[in-house]
Design a protein around this ligand. Structure first.
Ligand code: IVH
Length: 674
């Protein structure tokens, strides 16, 4: 077989395997392999497709990264209109709905209860099993073609398990966690925040550059078959089961109910459970299950008569704004927080709400002593919805945003296109302290025992002005701090010492370069290998790396062009902080000879030779995977002193158990061929 034929065959194999793995992960929510295995296969496929572009295919899993930039969205006519639903707000509304239907059927009705996902309605068309078109609802008759953006949504299969020609509909949404993270990033970058996950999802799908949509971590639940094609079903529950079978993601919280009483129980149950779900819902959709009964019930012009949406009451509370506090973040953005009389809202007591930026305060005209309504965006983040003007005190004054930094008093600026106010004084104590807090945080240098209070003191006592100073701290200096005794001083020095051996990505992330998150830091570290190479990198070189874009490239180059950054790196070098990448690339794994290669290892108990973090890095550098809990998949458990339940579990499961000495020897015995 020629190389070309081999490549073709391997590409087909990889696509099938990756599609299967992605289906398990994104559609069924049941991953079967560790992420790094998936990543290695994915990378192999990208390499082959790049080498043999003639075998590239539009439905290859690698086409999900986006990159198509449109001038505008084409219009799409929905041959079968996308209807909306009538609403129910209480039990009486539901009883009336049930009564009307029973009049038609003359018998009890089985209902399918589904969660009403708070996202954006979408329609997906498949031809011979291939995803050919995705559209928004629009006005119900004409929507917009957003195929390229939807291709980046990983739970939407590019190919069905069967070669069907069908049209399905559902909801595209942003998980709560992603919403919170996205808004946090936007706030840090001085951008406007999204009011709720639905707006965030809509904003993402309206991007003309699909690369942006690809980064937004959207997901889908499908709930209607508009055009069945060859698919056969006689009820909603059968239809949803069929969707599951052909690889389309449906929501698994659905339930068949034999009466409206049962429906009511379901509604009450989910009114409580909704906060624990990782996506936002705004109610329950109740549908007649049997398709023949649906047909008999028919439609009004706007909505089916066989379905209704029960809307949860809005969770709002009234309180009073007593003060507006401004804090300076790591990047100099200053954000306002409303300090309010505490009130209970959706299960917690709320006394603070982010106001995000000065424009928002102006827009909502929020003033001190105003009565306001608050709600939780994405079910999590308390926010002021509106001011109760009728309760505003007569002497109230328009709130003026500060013009100077609350910490260093330098004048604040509004940078181009930003909504945020920024303190641009690089010596601003608040920024420096936040920068230090970030540097020691878990995903960065992971220096335990260095909390915000210790950092505050170190800064005030002028022991530490930049991150390099941490590495020249002495025990004597630490002992001058409040509540620091010999033991904690030593622990701290140890943690600081240990952090010197971190792989480069920790440092790169810890430096707090704008737009460089933990993931980008890892990609940069793995690609360039050393900090010197990152420092010398040109913008084009960085842009050329898969999954890094212009914004990150620009930011990295600007950061490392600064003289004070060069000096900082030199200080770190002198302090013997590791400046190289210690991880392993997939190509290198092939060259490893080690008992840890491709083994899943759990570390437990106290280790004396090195910290767990370092042991983990060493094992990972040798092609092993270190996980946190013992399961059937674990190959080796390394048990240090005082190992507890993990050791017991390993014994029960018959997993190989090593002591620390054995681990150290195995590490020493391992070799990596050049
Ligand atoms: S069925 C013809 N089921 O709610 C029936 N809709 O108020 C079409 N929605 O536009 C809708 N979750 O965007 C249905 N499980 C679900 C839903 C759902 C969310 C949305 C959908 C629709 C709106 C109707």
């Amino acid at each position: 077989m020629s190389d070309k034929q081999k490549a073709k065959r391997r590409i087909a194999e990889l696509r099938a395997q990756l599609t299967e793995l992605a289906d398990q992960y994104y559609v069924k929510d049941q991953p079967t392999v560790e992420d790094h295995i998936y990543d290695a296969l994915y990378k192999e496929l990208v390499t082959l497709e790049t080498a043999y572009p003639e075998f590239q295919a539009p439905d290859s899993i690698t086409q999900r990264v986006g990159g198509v930039v449109l001038a505008g969205f084409e219009k799409v006519t929905h041959e079968i209109p996308m209807l909306s639903l009538g609403n129910a707000f209480n039990k009486e509304d539901l009883l009336r709905f049930d009564e009307r239907l029973q009049k038609i059927t003359q018998q009890p009705i089985t209902y399918m209860c589904e969660l009403k996902i708070d996202g954006l309605a979408i329609s997906l068309k498949y031809e011979n099993g291939r995803f050919i078109q995705g559209a928004t609802r629009g006005n119900g008759t004409v929507g917009e073609k957003i195929t390229e953006n939807l291709k980046t949504v990983k739970s939407i299969p590019l190919k069905l398990h069967e070669p069907l020609s069908i049209e399905v509909r559902g909801e595209c949404y942003m998980p709560k966690k992603s919403f919170v993270q996205l808004n946090q990033e936007r706030e840090e970058n001085g951008q406007e925040v999204f009011a709720n996950p639905r707006n965030a999802a809509a904003g993402s799908l309206r991007q003309l550059d699909s690369k942006i949509a690809a980064k937004r971590n959207l997901s889908t639940f499908l709930y209607t078959v508009a055009d069945f094609g060859e698919l056969v079903a006689t009820s909603q529950s059968e239809a949803l089961d069929q969707l599951d079978k052909i690889g389309l993601r449906t929501n698994q919280e659905r339930r068949l109910c034999g009466s409206i009483e049962e429906v009511w129980t379901y509604i009450q149950e989910y009114q409580v459970k909704r906060t624990a779900l990782d996506y936002e819902i705004d109610g329950i959709v109740i549908k007649v299950n049997d398709f023949r009964t649906q047909e008999a019930a028919g439609f009004t012009v706007k909505a089916p008569k066989w379905a209704i949406a029960y809307k949860f009451p809005a969770e709002e509370a009234e309180t009073i704004v007593n003060e507006i506090e401004w804090t300076v973040g790591r990047t100099g953005v200053i954000t306002p927080t409303a300090l309010m009389d505490p009130v209970r809202l959706a299960g917690t007591s709320v006394a603070r709400a982010s106001l995000h930026n000065a424009d928002l305060i102006k827009e909502k005209d929020i003033r001190i002593k105003d009565h306001v309504m608050i709600h939780k965006a994405g079910d999590i983040i308390p926010e002021v919805t509106r001011v109760l003007l009728e309760k505003r005190p007569a002497d109230s004054q328009v709130y003026e945003a500060p013009t100077h930094c609350p910490v260093c008093q330098s004048e604040l600026v509004h940078l181009d296109e930003e909504v945020a106010l920024r303190c641009i004084n690089p010596m601003c104590p608040a920024q420096i302290k936040e920068g230090l807090n970030h540097f020691v945080s878990r995903n960065a240098m992971n220096i335990e025992g260095l909390g915000p209070r210790v950092i505050e003191q170190m800064y005030e006592k002028e022991l530490v002005k930049d991150v390099a100073n941490l590495y020249i701290l002495t025990e004597e200096q630490l002992l001058t701090l409040d509540k620091v005794k010999e033991k904690s001083a030593n622990n701290l020095l140890n943690s600081i010492q240990n952090s010197k051996e971190n792989s480069l990505e920790h440092l790169l992330f810890g430096l707090g370069i704008r737009h460089v998150g933990a993931k980008a830091a890892k990609i940069l570290a793995a690609y360039f290998g050393t900090i010197d190479h990152v420092m010398q990198a040109e913008k084009e070189q960085i842009i050329a790396i898969d999954s890094l874009g212009e914004i990150i490239a620009e930011s990295v180059v600007t950061y490392f062009a600064k003289e004070e950054v060069h000096q900082l790196v030199e200080e770190l070098r002198q302090a013997k902080v590791n400046l190289t990448y210690l991880g392993t690339t997939p190509e290198e794994i092939a060259n490893i000879e080690s008992p840890f290669k491709e083994q899943t290892v759990v570390l437990t108990g106290k280790l004396t030779h090195f910290t767990r973090e370092i042991a983990k890095e060493k094992i990972e550098a040798l092609g092993g995977k270190v996980t946190g809990s013992v399961s059937q998949k674990t190959d080796i458990v390394v048990a240090g002193e005082e190992a507890g339940s993990k050791l017991t579990k390993a014994q029960q499961l018959g997993v190989a158990i090593w002591n620390e000495e054995e681990m150290v020897r195995a590490i020493e015995r391992s070799t990596i061929h050049e």
